[in-house]
Design a protein around this ligand. Sequence first.
Ligand SMILES: Cc1cc2nc3c(=O)[nH]c(=O)nc-3n(C[C@H](O)[C@H](O)[C@H](O)COP(=O)(O)O)c2cc1C
Length: 194
Amino acid sequence: MNRNATPAQPIHALHVERFSPYNFDPAQDVALEDLQSMFEAARWTASAFNAQPWRYIVGHKSSQPELWQAVLDVLVPGNQAWGQHVPVLALGLIRKDFEHNGKPNAWAQHDLGAASANLTVEATSRGIRVHQMAGIEPELAIERFELAENIQPVTALAMGYAGPNPELDPDIATRDENPRQRLAVEEFLLAGSL
Ligand SMILES: Cc1cc2nc3c(=O)[nH]c(=O)nc-3n(C[C@H](O)[C@H](O)[C@H](O)COP(=O)(O)O)c2cc1C
């Protein structure tokens, strides 16, 4: 499956190769050492006040099937339809307040996104794909994982190897053939020219 980006300027191969598949190979597990390195990459992310507000709940199907199932259960049905075939499912969460003064951390979601992006780059370097999801049931996650009041579920992450998945609903499988579309840089550059 070639889903490579078609960049208008030279960029690193890791950005070209990254994409968010629907077809994950259900037979190919992710090694624990790869997962450890992916979360280590997240760990070294920059963050406002170095607060490191990202939190994760990781369900590895082969080693912790009950936790994996619990993460699957809090995805919206549309994401469960393909997420059920993915060997690693995680939730991305934030700590909403700063530890140093108890005030709301307005940059927590930003920093979670940055951590997940770094995790994704590390994954890509290992041939592993990450498909993030906003489609989760936050209230269900709070209940299911007995989350503290200052913790907010934000995203989910599916992690595994891309590959044909014969078990996947064909209507979902064909999404991996849709053209990849992007704004031109000029369209998101509100001021300044390159
Ligand atoms: C924060 C975030 C939330 C997303 N939510 C969903 C989702 O709930 N379901 C889904 O199928 N894809 C989801 N995606 C994947 C995007 O649709 C995908 O990244 C986008 O179409 C660009 O495709 P690419 O990642 O292959 O370049 C999400 C991606 C991000 C970063």
